[in-house]
Write a protein that binds this ligand. Structure first.
Ligand SMILES: [Zn+2]
Length: 116
């Protein structure tokens, strides 16, 4: 029996890695990196097509990935997490350099604000 695939494809992972410059979006670390879902996949895996598209994914280190779960208020505020029914394309993401970007499904990011 084939196991149902619930994560992003290798191609999408590579796109996210490239878009985020090979560094953790929150702290800039270049080691221990993983792919983080902004909107949680939820029980039973991905139902929506966009769950595993680039704009719902961030390159983060495992430390920050855990930090998001412990600090939901700050994580939602910075766009590292997105609360349904908001869509990942609607919420800007703050990167480690303090710049805010809008992410698109094709793996591009548009600079929207410089906060520091
Ligand atoms: Zn980090």
């Amino acid at each position: 029996m084939a196991r149902r695939r619930t994560g992003p494809t290798d191609v999408v992972r590579a796109i996210v890695y490239e878009r985020d410059g090979g560094a953790c979006v929150r702290c800039g670390a270049r080691e221990g990196l993983t792919i983080h879902h902004r909107v949680n996949r939820g029980m039973g895996g991905a139902r929506e097509e966009w769950i595993n598209q680039a704009h719902n994914l961030l390159l983060v280190c495992t430390v920050c990935n855990g930090w998001f779960e412990d600090n939901p208020r700050a994580s939602y505020g910075a766009g590292w997490k997105v609360r349904r029914p908001q869509l990942p394309s609607e919420v800007l993401v703050t990167y480690a350099d303090g710049r805010e970007y809008q992410l698109t499904p094709d793996g591009a990011r548009a600079l929207m604000a410089v906060t520091r």
